[in-house]
Design a protein around this ligand. Structure first.
Ligand SMILES: Cc1cc2nc3c(=O)[nH]c(=O)nc-3n(C[C@H](O)[C@H](O)[C@H](O)COP(=O)(O)OP(=O)(O)OC[C@H]3O[C@@H](n4cnc5c(N)ncnc54)[C@H](O)[C@@H]3O)c2cc1C
Length: 469
C-alpha cells in the first residue's frame, strides 16, 4: 500500500496538467494512467489541438468564451512553466484563418459572431480577401464567401504537449505510474484511495478523476452514483494526419478552418510535427458508453473529402500517416467541471468537449485552488443545475441542421444517412403520440443538447418495434 496526498486518475491533458499544478503547490501526487507515456486512447492524443479562443465561437451566447479567453492569455506562460520544470513543450504556433463557405448558409453568420467576439474581447481580427490567403485552395465550386484572420489564435502539437506535461510533472516530483484504476476505495462515505486492476492500493487524502469520457465504469465499480460526475455525453471525433507527397510543402504554417457547423465541429487543417498536417474532425455525440466504436471508414472519408473540397484540393494526393480517434467528454450545459464532487475526498476535472487542450491549465488551476483553499473557479463547479429543456425548440433546430447538412451533398453516403434521419424525424413529428416520438422527447428532455438530436432519434427508432413507425 502506497500513500500520498492526491491521486490523479488519467494522464490526458487535463490530468497531467492537474498533477503538475498540485505538485507545484506542494502536494505529494501520484498520476495514474494505463499508458502514461503515450496517453492511450484518450481524447488528447486524437486532438488537433487548436487553441481556439475565438474560432470556436458559434453565436452571441457562448458560455465558455470567458474561460477560453483566460486560458488563451495564460497559455504561453504555462508552456514556459512546463519547460522550466523539465518538460520540452512544443512550439506555440500562432495564426488562424476562418473560412466561410458559400455552400454553408450558417458560415457567414458564424463569422459575424466571431468578429463580434473579437471586438468584445479586444483580440485581433481582420477580414481578408480569400485570394490573399496562401494555402487556401478549395476545389472548383467551393469558393469561400469570406475569410477572417485571427492572428492571436494559437495551436500546438497535442501529443508533444501531453508528453511535455507528463515530463514536467515528473520534474516536480509527481510519481507517474502505468496502471488502470479499477475502483475507488471508500471509508464510510469518503473516498480514501484507489485500487488498480492488479489489486495494488494507493491511499490518499483526495482523488481527482480526470478520465475524460469514461468515468461511468469507475463510478459503477465503486458503488457511487453516476451523476456524481456530471459529464454525461460522449462525442467521438476522428482526424487524419497527412504527409505531403514528395517535394510538396505543407499548405500552411497556420491553422485553416471553417466555423463550427451543425452537429459537427469546424473542418480544420493544423500543422503538426515533421511537416505533416492534421485534418479534422468529426463529431458524433451519444449518451451511451461504448456505442461510438472506433474510427469508421465513412468518418475518415468525410474528413478527407470535405477538407480537400473546402480547404485545399491537393490534400487528396497526400499520404495518410495516421488516423486518430478519441472521445470528447461533454456536460449538458457545455461548460467543463473542475472542483469537488458531493462525495468527500473526490474531485473531478474534465468535460471540456472540443477545448480541453486549451482549457487544461485553467481546469488544473481550479483543482489547485479547490484543494489549497476551498475556492475552485465557481463557473466550473461540478454540482450545478442541469439546463432547462425546450424539446420543441431542439427538434425545430435539429431539423434545420439536418436540412442544412443536405444542402451540400458532397458525400452521397452521408447524405443518404442524413436524409433517412430527416424522413424519420418528420414522421415522428407528425405523430407525437407514437412510441418513437415519446421516446425521442423523453431522451431530449434528459439530454437537451442539439448534438443529441441525431443519436436520440436513432435510439428512439431502434427501440421502436416497427422502425420509424
Ligand atoms: C478529434 C478531436 C479533436 C479535438 N480538437 C481539439 C482542439 O483542436 N483543441 C482543443 O483544445 N481540444 C480539442 N479536442 C478536445 C480535447 O482533446 C479534450 O477536451 C481533452 O483532450 C480532454 O482531456 P482529458 O485529459 O480530460 O481527457 P483524455 O485525453 O480523454 O484523457 C483521459 C485519460 O484517462 C485515462 N483513463 C481512463 N480510464 C482510466 C482508469 N480507469 N484509470 C487510469 N486512467 C484512466 C485514459 O487512458 C486517458 O489517458 C479534440 C478532441 C478530439 C477527440
Amino acid at each position: 500500500v502506497t500513500t500520498c496526498d492526491v491521486v490523479v486518475v488519467g494522464a490526458g491533458a487535463v490530468g497531467a496538467a492537474t498533477s503538475f499544478r498540485l505538485a507545484r503547490n506542494g502536494h505529494s501526487v501520484e498520476l495514474l494512467d494505463p499508458d502514461p507515456m503515450c496517453g492511450g486512447g484518450g481524447a488528447t492524443t486524437a486532438s488537433g489541438a487548436m487553441l481556439g479562443v475565438l474560432g470556436e465561437v458559434t453565436g452571441p451566447d457562448d458560455p465558455c468564451l470567458a474561460l477560453r479567453l483566460a486560458a488563451g492569455e495564460r497559455y504561453a506562460a504555462w508552456l514556459d512553466e512546463l519547460g522550466e520544470a523539465g518538460g520540452a513543450p512544443p512550439p506555440l504556433g500562432r495564426g488562424t484563418f476562418v473560412v466561410a463557405s458559400t455552400r454553408h448558409a450558417g458560415d457567414v453568420t458564424a463569422l459575424d459572431a466571431i468578429e463580434d467576439a473579437a471586438i468584445g474581447t479586444g483580440l485581433g481580427s481582420e477580414r481578408l480577401d480569400p485570394a490573399d490567403v496562401s494555402g487556401l485552395a478549395p476545389a472548383t465550386g467551393y469558393e469561400p464567401a469570406r475569410v477572417l484572420s485571427l492572428p492571436d489564435e494559437g495551436f500546438v502539437d497535442a501529443r508533444s504537449l501531453r508528453a511535455a506535461v507528463v515530463d514536467a510533472a515528473r520534474g516536480v516530483s509527481v510519481q507517474v505510474r502505468a496502471g488502470r484504476v479499477a475502483r475507488l476505495l471508500l471509508t464510510g462515505e469518503r473516498v480514501v484511495g484507489v485500487e488498480l486492476e492488479d489489486k495494488q492500493r494507493i491511499m490518499c487524502g483526495h482523488v481527482v478523476l480526470c478520465v475524460g469520457a469514461v468515468a461511468g465504469p469507475l463510478l459503477r465499480a465503486s458503488g457511487l452514483p453516476l451523476d456524481m460526475v456530471p459529464i454525461t455525453l460522449r462525442a467521438k471525433g476522428v482526424g487524419v494526419v497527412l504527409e505531403p507527397a514528395a517535394r510538396r510543402a505543407p499548405p500552411t504554417d497556420y491553422v485553416l478552418r471553417t466555423p463550427n457547423r451543425a452537429f459537427a465541429c469546424g473542418l480544420h487543417l493544423v500543422p503538426v510535427e515533421n511537416r505533416a498536417v492534421y485534418t479534422g474532425a468529426t463529431n458524433r455525440v451519444s449518451r451511451l458508453d461504448g456505442v461510438l466504436g472506433g474510427a469508421a471508414a465513412g468518418e475518415v472519408a468525410q474528413v478527407l473529402t470535405t477538407a480537400a473540397a473546402e480547404l485545399h484540393h491537393q490534400l487528396a494526393t497526400w499520404h495518410i500517416s495516421s488516423v486518430r480517434y478519441g472521445v470528447r467528454a461533454l456536460t449538458l450545459d457545455g461548460v467543463p467541471v473542475a472542483g469537488e464532487t458531493l462525495t468527500d475526498g473526490l474531485l473531478v476535472a474534465g468535460g471540456a468537449y472540443r477545448n480541453g487542450v486549451l482549457l487544461a491549465p485553467l481546469l488544473a488551476d481550479s483543482i489547485g485552488s479547490s484543494l489549497d483553499n476551498g475556492t475552485p473557479d465557481p463557473r466550473l463547479t461540478p454540482h450545478r443545475m442541469p439546463p432547462a429543456a425546450d424539446v420543441d425548440a431542439l427538434l425545430v433546430a435539429g431539423r434545420e441542421q439536418l436540412a442544412e447538412m443536405l444542402r451540400d451533398p458532397l458525400d452521397d453516403v452521408a447524405a443518404a444517412w442524413v436524409n433517412g434521419l430527416l424522413v424519420a424525424l418528420d414522421r415522428v413529428l407528425e405523430d407525437p403520440s407514437a412510441d418513437a416520438a415519446v421516446r425521442l422527447r423523453s431522451l431530449l428532455e434528459r439530454y437537451p443538447r442539439i448534438e443529441m438530436v441525431p443519436e436520440a432519434l436513432v435510439e428512439a427508432l431502434e427501440d421502436s418495434p416497427s422502425g420509424a413507425d
